[in-house]
Design a protein around this ligand. Structure first.
Ligand code: MCA
Ligand code: AMP
Length: 489
């Protein structure tokens, strides 16, 4: 039987997790996660039940996430900044049987009752099976976010492939400041570190100084989104004492959005070795990565990981057999890490995954002769990547349209040197122009702060084609992730 977190079954006193001045060894994590799991079972929860987790970056939350994984409870990690409407949607859709919050006061209404705490702790073993492990909410072009169901086998297969590509071992300490409610911070950062038997040092909040400090100390790998790397480069150019940390790292990894070649070059100069990029989606986990055994490849996300089949397809989903670094096609992938489907949404699942198991990513790419993939954009301008977060234009538009002073609105992602894309709303007012700050705050309060427009422009009308459809490409400057051809779907 293969275990999801083998080292927890033979736990010792090596570091497993650090945040601030709190730490967990593998032994402590195994004991406390087992105890948490026992409490859940004593309270009547059963394997397969969903448990929402208020995903703050702290020891108790990590214990809960691991405890659930060990006994087959399905964690639904929640962004602690979720606004009213989005929180209600996720809870209504996932229907968790319980909610875990390290600080129940922060989540007063839905908090679980006091722990029972009498049950025997189950052994810290979870086999790699095809049962759900996580439900991760992710945005689409329209509508509210959908819950991607990720199984234990999806995660194990992907982490093993990444360990292979990065030479990732129990000697590694990953440093990151990513949220624990998305694939990047949770699956790769936390579960990945535990699966290889290494450790995660979570910075709590991202600052270039804290990242460089940790890498100059116990940290060996940095996981970051491009926005963080851009801020790191700015800071290290201004303060050369930060360079030592960057140079001490074994591997700097970028993902969740494209790292511009310009930023690659800056970080290469500063760190001496540069940044290895990898590419993935919530629904497929990581598909491609540049090998740590070779140099970084600015502009490329590397070839597919072991076990991942990848093809480029045209608009009719016919395979394009091009390896010329030029022909653009949509990336489709198949393999053991493709998710089990969207919760409660067989229609949405069928739209992205065909009967042969191919998942259509919506990303446009070219392929080099050696198989390396270059991501050039997305088919839809309605998917925005801002600071590494995916935001659907439709969800922000629907929220803004609830303001009675908004007659029409179009939301787009515009190129931004820090965020990759920044969310911009073009609003046709009904009568007097509404207050910009209140429009922005509505999105922060109802959805989540990172979905808020950073700019609002008032316009007399929206550009439309002969059919009356809004032509978003005629609004502003598209960001690097959305500027390519392809229909607006
Ligand atoms: C700001 N804040 C507000 C408001 N404005 N709160 C309430 N109302 C407002 N109007 C709060 C924010 O919540 C935040 O709090 C703080 O003020 C700063 O906000 P902001 O300026 O928006 O943050 P930022 O500096 O722009 O953030 C940049 C960031 C962040 C740190 C890089 O974007 C980030 O963490 N990105 C990571 C995204 C990620 O993990 N994506 C992976 C998806 P507070 O600081 O307390 O939150 S998985 C994926 O994509 C695939 C699988 C893959 O390939 O990895
Ligand atoms: P999410 O749904 O938040 O998991 O975001 C997945 C999307 O992030 C992908 O479809 C890509 O558009 C984008 N993405 C992730 N990694 C990269 C990368 N290295 N380069 C370009 N885009 C990326």
């Amino acid at each position: 039987m293969s275990l999801l977190f083998p080292r927890l079954a033979f736990a010792d006193d090596a570091l497993a997790f650090r945040v601030g001045d709190q730490t967990l060894t593998h032994r402590e994590l195994a004991r406390r996660a087992g105890g948490h799991a026992a409490d859940c079972l004593a309270r009547g929860l059963r394997p397969g039940d969903r448990v929402a987790v208020w995903a703050t970056a702290d020891v108790d939350t990590v214990v809960a996430l691991v405890g659930h994984a060990l006994v087959g409870l399905v964690s639904v990690p929640l962004n602690p900044k979720l606004g009213r409407r989005e929180l209600a949607h996720v809870l209504g859709d996932a229907e968790p049987r319980a909610v875990f919050a390290a600080d129940p006061a922060a989540f007063a209404d839905q908090a679980p009752s006091e722990p029972v705490g009498t049950a025997e702790a189950p052994p810290p073993e979870r086999a790699v099976d095809d049962e759900p492990l996580l439900v991760l909410y992710t945005s689409g072009t329209t509508g509210a976010p959908k819950g991607a169901v990720i199984t234990a086998r999806n995660v194990a297969a992907n982490l093993d492939a990444l360990a292979d590509r990065w030479g990732w071992t129990d000697a590694d300490v990953v440093v990151h400041a990513l949220p624990l409610f998305h694939v990047h911070g949770l699956v790769l950062g936390l579960f990945g570190s535990l699966r290889v038997g290494g450790a995660l040092h979570h910075l709590g909040r991202f600052t270039p100084e804290a990242a460089c400090d940790a890498l100059g100390g116990e940290g060996s790998m940095l996981f970051a989104v491009p926005t963080m790397l851009h801020r790191l480069a700015d800071a290290a150019e201004a303060d050369r004492t930060l360079v030592a940390g960057l140079r001490a790292a074994r591997l700097l990894v970028s993902g969740s959005a494209g790292l511009p070649v310009r930023e690659h070059r800056r970080l290469e100069r500063l760190s001496g070795r540069g940044v290895h990029e990898r590419y993935g989606l919530t629904e497929t986990l990581i598909n491609c990565g540049v090998s740590a055994a070779g140099d970084p490849q600015p502009g490329y996300v590397g070839p597919p990981l072991p076990g991942v089949e990848l093809k480029l397809v045209d608009d009719e989903r016919r395979e394009l057999d091009a390896h010329d670094d030029e022909t653009l096609g949509e990336v489709a992938v198949r393999g053991p890490s493709v998710f089990a489907g969207y919760l409660n949404r067989p229609d949405a699942t069928a739209a992205v995954r065909d009967a042969d198991g191919w998942f259509y990513t919506g990303d446009l790419a070219a392929r080099r002769a050696d198989g390396a993939i270059r991501i050039v954009g997305r088919r839809s301008v309605d998917l925005i990547k801002t600071g590494g977060y995916k935001v659907g234009a439709g969800e922000v538009e629907a929220c803004l349209l609830e303001d009675p002073a908004v007659a029409e609105v179009a939301v787009v992602g515009e190129a931004d040197p820090d965020l990759g894309q920044r969310i911009v709303a073009y609003v046709v007012p009904r009568g007097d122009a509404p207050d910009v700050e209140s429009l922005i705050q509505r999105v922060a309060d109802e959805l989540t702060p990172h979905k808020r427009p950073r700019e609002v422009h008032f316009v007399d009308g929206l550009p439309r084609n002969a059919m009356g459809k809004v032509q978003k490409k005629r609004l502003g400057t598209p960001g690097p992730q959305a500027e390519t051809s392809g229909e607006e779907r």
